[in-house]
Design a protein around this ligand. Structure first.
Ligand code: NAP
Length: 487
């Protein structure tokens, strides 16, 4: 079969020169159109033991070797007749939607067949019916199923090495949809039924979406970064320059970025756990879990994974920046200058025990925090996350998540030490960045601690097991009574 070697798992149509022996039960599939998608699909179908008939406007024009030898190349009409003779019903429409009207003459031959619309939307949110709905209107005696548009011609050729890819399928006829779903599974894809043809717009637009679930988290992270970066520039570069003509511009590419990154990592990590706290407080207040959360909270809960991964990214970058800070030319000069000043001052030993403890403690807690964040990031990979059961996943995401937050807060507090207690920490009346960044995570940790108190934890546990407060029970009874009254 098709793979040339293990490092290149691409199916090669030329290596499929000989037709594969077909048994009576093998499905027969017709593809209209002889372009890129048709070539890849026919190769994959052939590899999976299907008989493939390709219908082209001009099969004589196709150069030899373009399709594997096992594929039958015919005119559109002959291909559909061959499909009917073989008792097949699946027809892939591998042409662009603007050419659907050119196929209207084939209506009688396509009657009773399942037409698989593989087209993609040309733009997001365009008005009117989807391509699949237009096709269904053009061929009312055929059954239209939307599918396979989310896999590229390339993916179709990458064989079983890319079988984790999902194929979204929708259509109004259950039996037609079922045959497309089972064909997708036969080709090694994860087939997902996403409903009737009314879902086809979303399926068509799926390949055009650009990280939809990442937009909000990316915006929040960018805004936080800009805030902390500009705040540091103001406090450490601009104001010292205006006040004492001190030139700290060289801080901009490394030092200032490395002040903003950990602050963003910490605040973003706190934002991962805040919606959970809000949800708990709301349930405690309402005395039930059977009421919907407000939309903003629902959306926030849905992007916690993305926020967590962005927090991990910032923390990892902070670690790399911190390691590289010491190899900067500026650090070399500063150490030499400090050593010279020390020699001139006649100080032989500059060891300060508390500073040694401080630096070891903040480095150690930072490294541990980053390690735990690493584990969290790994479990967010679907292949790893799916291998965990519910309890393991909750332990990692909630238990280890709060551990990472606590370690990160400890890292910042050890870094700050008693600095926040000295007036010079508030130069130009502005608190240091680390103090600003640690405020929200501290609130989240305190909130979590309060929810652990038995008065909250026991009630919350009952609510999560379905218990409802008297007030809710009375309200429900009243509503039910009103309904019966209406009847
Ligand atoms: P393509 O390479 O341009 O092939 C389109 C085929 O349509 C042509 O080979 C031609 O076949 C036929 N055709 C062209 N003009 C026609 C006309 N006026 N009337 C009737 N048939 C005409 O395009 P493609 O990349 O294969 O894409 C085909 C469909 O698959 C599109 O709807 C696309 O959105 C969808 N799709 C493609 C990919 C991909 O990776 N390429 C992925 C997902 C979905 P004949 O000359 O043999 O008739």
């Amino acid at each position: 079969m098709a793979q040339s070697d293990m490092s290149s798992p691409l199916l090669d149509p030329r290596e499929l020169a000989e037709p594969l022996p077909l048994s009576m039960g093998d499905p027969v599939v017709c593809i209209l159109g002889s372009g890129d998608f048709s070539r890849s699909l026919s190769t994959r179908l052939l590899c999976c033991g299907c008989r493939v008939v390709v219908g082209s406007r001009d099969p004589g024009r196709l150069s030899p070797g373009l399709f594997p030898g096992g594929v039958e190349l015919k005119t559109q009409r002959e291909a559909l007749e061959a499909l009917s003779e073989a008792g097949g019903s699946l027809v892939f429409m591998a042409v662009y939607p603007e050419h659907y009207s050119a196929l209207l003459a084939l209506r009688p031959l396509l009657s009773g067949k399942t037409l698989v619309d593989v087209s993609n939307a040309s733009a997001l949110k365009h008005e009117g019916p989807s391509n699949a709905q237009t096709l269904a209107q053009m061929f009312p005696s055929s059954s239209v199923v939307k599918g396979f548009n989310v896999v590229s011609a390339w993916t179709l050729l990458t064989g079983s090495y890319d079988s984790s890819r999902q194929v979204l399928v929708c259509g109004d006829c259950p039996s037609s949809k079922l045959s497309v779903l089972s064909l997708a599974r036969r080709l090694g894809f994860g087939a997902v039924d996403v409903g009737g043809l009314s879902a086809s717009r979303a399926v068509e637009e799926a390949p055009l979406l650009l990280f939809p679930s990442w937009r909000g988290p990316l915006l929040v992270t960018t805004l936080l970064f800009l805030f902390f970066y500009l705040y540091s520039v103001l406090r450490h570069v601009l104001l010292p320059y205006l006040d004492q003509a001190e030139n700290n511009l060289h801080h901009l590419p490394m030092v200032t970025v490395n002040k903003a990154l950990p602050a963003v990592a910490l605040v973003t990590l706190a934002l991962v756990y805040m919606p959970g706290l809000f949800a708990s407080v709301l349930q405690l207040h309402r005395g039930t879990k059977y009421k919907r959360f407000p939309d903003w909270l629902d959306h926030w809960m849905c992007v916690r994974k993305q926020l967590g991964l962005l927090s991990f990214l910032c923390a990892a970058l902070h670690a790399v920046y911190s390691v590289c800070l010491s190899i900067r030319r500026a650090s070399g000069y500063m150490i030499l200058n400090a050593a010279y000043r020390q020699v001139k001052a006649g100080v032989a030993d500059s060891w300060v025990e508390t500073q040694v403890w401080r630096s070891d403690l903040y480095l150690s807690s930072g490294i541990l925090g980053l390690g735990v964040l690493c584990v969290l990031a790994l479990t967010s990979l679907p292949s790893v996350g799916h291998a965990l059961n519910w309890r393991e996943f909750t332990f990692v995401q909630s238990g280890l998540g709060y551990t990472a937050l606590a370690l990160s807060v400890a890292h910042v507090l050890f870094f700050g030490w008693d600095f926040a207690l000295h007036p010079e920490a508030y130069q130009y009346y502005l608190p240091p960045v680390f103090l600003l960044s640690v405020a929200l995570p501290c609130c989240v940790l305190i909130g979590r601690f309060l929810l652990f108190l038995p008065c909250c934890a026991l009630r919350l546990n009952k609510i999560r097991r379905g218990w409802e407060s008297e007030r809710n029970v009375r309200q429900k009874k009243r509503e039910n009574g009103d309904e019966f009254g209406d009847v």
